[in-house]
Design a protein around this ligand. Structure first.
Ligand SMILES: Cc1cc2nc3c(=O)[nH]c(=O)nc-3n(C[C@H](O)[C@H](O)[C@H](O)COP(=O)(O)O)c2cc1C
Length: 192
C-alpha cells in the first residue's frame, strides 16, 4: 500500500459538515479516502450544505452506498488503516456496538474492531439516552475512540471554520496524522 487508506462513514446526523471537513483534510494529507454514505446522510447533506452527492464523489477516491455489501471495503481482506464515522448517529452507534453488520458502515466498522484497527466514532446527539450511553461505553471497551462532536473553546474560535478545524485536528490526532488544524493549549499559553 503506498498511501494510507482511511474509510469515512457519513451517517444521518446533524453536523455533516464536520465529516466533509475531515474528508478534505485527509485528502490534503495524501490519504486514499473511501467514503460510505447512509440514506439519511444523503438527506442531511442536502439539508445542511450546498453539496450534492456528485460534489462529494469528486472530493473522494471511492464513494459507496451503505447498502453496497459487495464493496471492496466490506471485506477485512481489503487492507485499510482505520475508519471514522462522522457524524455518527445514535442508530449507527447501536449498529456498531451490537455487531449488526447488515449495512456497509457497520460491517466496515466491525472489520476495524476485529482487526484491531483504529475506529473513531464522532458521535452527535444531545442529550444522550441511557441505551445510547451504554452502546458508547461498549464501543469504548471494544477499542473504539469516542469523539463527541463538541469542540472546545480554549483556542478562541472566531468562526464556524475554527470549530470545524478543532474537530478535524482531533480526528487527525487520533489517526496519528501530524497537523496544525487548531491552536493547542500549550501554543495558546505561549502567546499569552
Ligand atoms: C435533518 C436530520 C437531522 C438529524 N440529526 C440527528 C442527529 O444529530 N443525531 C442522531 O442520532 N440522529 C439524527 N437524525 C435521525 C437519523 O437520521 C435517523 O435516526 C436515521 O435512521 C439514522 O440512520 P443512519 O444512521 O443509517 O444514517 C436526524 C435526522 C434528520 C432528518
Amino acid at each position: 500500500m503506498e498511501s494510507k487508506r482511511i474509510i469515512v462513514g457519513l451517517t444521518g446526523a446533524s453536523g455533516i459538515i464536520y465529516g466533509i471537513e475531515v474528508i478534505k483534510a485527509l485528502k490534503a494529507n495524501g490519504i486514499e479516502v473511501h467514503v460510505i454514505t447512509s440514506e439519511w446522510a444523503n438527506y442531511v447533506l442536502a439539508d445542511e450544505t450546498e453539496l450534492k452527492l456528485s460534489d462529494l464523489e469528486s472530493l473522494v477516491n471511492y464513494l459507496y452506498d451503505n447498502k453496497n455489501m459487495s464493496a471492496s471495503i466490506s471485506s477485512s481482506s481489503f487492507l485499510v488503516d482505520g475508519m471514522i464515522v462522522i457524524p455518527a448517529t445514535v442508530k449507527s452507534v447501536s449498529n456498531i456496538a451490537n455487531g449488526y453488520t447488515g449495512d456497509l458502515i457497520s460491517r466496515a466498522a466491525d472489520n476495524m474492531l476485529k482487526m484491531r484497527k483504529s475506529l473513531i466514532v464522532a458521535f452527535r446527539e444531545t442529550p444522550v439516552s441511557p441505551a445510547c450511553l451504554h452502546n458508547l461505553a461498549k464501543l469504548a471497551t471494544y477499542g473504539a475512540t469516542i469523539l463527541p462532536l463538541a469542540p472546545g473553546f480554549y483556542h478562541n474560535p472566531q468562526s464556524l471554520q475554527d470549530l470545524y478545524n478543532f474537530i478535524t485536528g482531533k480526528v487527525l490526532d487520533c489517526l496519528n496524522i501530524p497537523n496544525t488544524s487548531f491552536k493547542r493549549w500549550n501554543e495558546r499559553k505561549k502567546s499569552e
